[in-house]
Design a protein around this ligand. Sequence first.
Ligand SMILES: Nc1ncnc2c1ncn2[C@@H]1O[C@H](COP(=O)(O)OP(=O)(O)OP(=O)(O)O)[C@@H](O)[C@H]1O
Ligand SMILES: [Mg+2]
Length: 373
Amino acid sequence: MYVKRLSLVNFRNYKKLQIDFNRKYNIIYGKNAQGKTNILEAIFLCSTGRSHRTKKDAELIKFNEDAYYIKINVCRESADSEIEFYYSKIEGKKVKINNIPIKKNIELMGKLNTVMFSPEDLSIVKGSPSERRRFIDIAISQIKPSYFYNLQRYKKILTERNCLLKDLTKNSKLKSTLEIWNESLADAGAKIINERKSFINVLNEIVKGKHKDLTASNEIINIQYQPSIRVENSWKVKEIKDVFLKRLEENFEKEIKTSSTLIGPQRDDLIISINGNDVKIFGSQGQQRTVVLSLKLSEVEIVKVLTGKLPVLLLDDVFSELDEKRQKYLINNIDGTQVFITTTEKELVNLYRNKSEISLYEIENGKIINAIN
Ligand SMILES: Nc1ncnc2c1ncn2[C@@H]1O[C@H](COP(=O)(O)OP(=O)(O)OP(=O)(O)O)[C@@H](O)[C@H]1O
Ligand SMILES: [Mg+2]
């Protein structure tokens, strides 16, 4: 699949824009703060339903305007599709696929698979556990839309349950209601843990090879799942659910005291280590960047293998952070798929000298001032 055309109206610093893309390489270059990343953000938004930079749709509206609009035309093996996003401060968000309004983001999943590499991704290694959960959640959701659905369901149950825990301090008769919520929470939660476990198993296998190739060294990377609910024997949904329910009972008093759910997927983490040492604590800056790249390249591979489709790659400013060897490795390992690259250095084009299908777009202040197709 590939993005054929992007149209923007009042999105970030774009008043109006329409670009036709190359089905292979698209280099978006320009000085800082001209609107390069904004283009990738719009594509990512249409793919996942959310921006990689903000949760607030209002921030995406051009300053002093009331609404933004994005249209994206995707070519796929089966059929072409058109995704439209509209958000206004008054009317809220409206999303359409092929002119049919959709109600939930889940309907977007799989329509346009993307993998984004951005400077913010360093937080997968350096940031809080929620950053690592976000990484695996987005990856699994693209492969399995039902996972995304279940995750949304879990979040809703969790919010309701936390409200109930608060009320329980005032009214102990509500305890029987809590048991009903426990059942739903453990049911949705066990499915998430089970999917995360399988995904991390596959990820761990693939990332080892990618990291070795990328670093050309003896560094052995390892990804270990740290679920907040320790499962001893079987990772089947039923067994995880039983352990989950048991732990909820054990934690009852503590949860009442804190009015919050203390265990479950919302407390999961991953430990990423190199040669046995936690990269978050011991990794050098360059090592941490390379780990992120290995993880992302593995994500591409997994999406490719499990969905049979090549995801579109969105490479935001990644080359400036890599040494030449790693830049070359990256370029040689992303063949076949559509790629978007933002850069401030025109010289990057040299790396692509032997690539025939390449388009260049120079961006200045929210406009394309030069396009070479
Ligand atoms: N809602 C908005 N309305 C108008 N302009 C915005 C809005 N949000 C961001 N901008 C502007 O967009 C520009 C940043 O765009 P973007 O992040 O795409 O830059 P970039 O070209 O990727 O720069 P860099 O090379 O520094 O990464 C800034 O000038 C910023 O002020
Ligand atoms: Mg940028």
